[in-house]
Design a protein around this ligand. Sequence first.
Ligand SMILES: Nc1ncnc2c1ncn2[C@@H]1O[C@H](COP(=O)(O)OP(=O)(O)O)[C@@H](O)[C@H]1O
Ligand SMILES: CC(=O)N[C@@H](CCC(=O)OP(=O)(O)O)C(=O)O
Length: 297
Amino acid sequence: MAFRDDGAEKARVLVEALPYIQKFAGKTIVIKYGGHAMVDPLLKESVMLDVLLLHSVGIRPVLVHGGGPEINAMLKKVGKESQFVHGLRVTDAETMEIAAMVLVGKLNTEIVSIINRFGGKAVGLSGKDASLFLAEKKPMRLPNSRGEMEEIDLGYVGEIYQVAPDLIETLLDRGYIPVISPLAGGEDGETYNINADTAAGKVAEALKADKFLLLTDVRGVLRTLGEPESLISTIRREEVTVLMEQGVFSGGMMPKVECAIAALAGGVGSVHIFDGRLPHAILLELFTDGGIGTMFT
Ligand SMILES: Nc1ncnc2c1ncn2[C@@H]1O[C@H](COP(=O)(O)OP(=O)(O)O)[C@@H](O)[C@H]1O
Ligand SMILES: CC(=O)N[C@@H](CCC(=O)OP(=O)(O)O)C(=O)O
């Protein structure tokens, strides 16, 4: 957004945001911050400033972050490469260890430090803290080349079957900003790797969030991949099956759409997928009439 550099213009922008600020004050907004939208350190800071601004006007933001590209980079350093099935990383024991190091040890603490440096009170957690998530091994069956259903072993990829949001609610009530890594513990004592979209969707559902925002590296859902002008601005729940049958969603968009639908069914007000690499994308999506990405209603 290009602002004219004079006081009146700045005041106009603030006044225009007022109805939205009033509408969203006290509301819970879950933000999935995807790995592709966090590669640039300056961009990371600008996203965190947006989150802090939301918090400062009385909104209750909850961050769930990913880190797929950073996990890939670390795996590459140790000579490993991952295979993805339906956007999910097939996770062996070593990959699980590296994913946990990157997500919790590196990215979570980085995000928390940025927010706190700007004057916020962020608290870093993973799904294992206070058993926020309980997960079990995720089953996956897909048709093989002969069209027969075949079991695929995803390793330590987990499926969340229980969410205990009380810790998040307590933190929000006391003015903290929770920052959550997508790991989960199992009753079997294992650590599971959870797709960050899915983890964020589960948090949004459990909190009955008013809005669930997914920040990624595309404008939103595109009818034709690679053609930004084919953006679909609004998708109603009942339209998703048709779009799926048309093969519109693939790769990393699959878990996003699946969790968007589950979140809506679970009582979340609306789900928004948009390009988190645009400066101040969160503010543009929330505080302007048209929004900038795809909204699921
Ligand atoms: N219909 C679609 N519209 C937009 N992106 C799509 C679509 N189908 C598949 N994708 C892919 O999904 C990717 C976003 O998912 P992902 O790479 O997992 O991002 P993130 O790391 O932000 O979660 C896009 O970069 C794009 O390649
Ligand atoms: C099971 C699974 O795929 N887990 C993801 C967790 C991180 C993630 O989802 O990061 P993005 O949001 O940046 O894609 C992974 O290992 O990459």
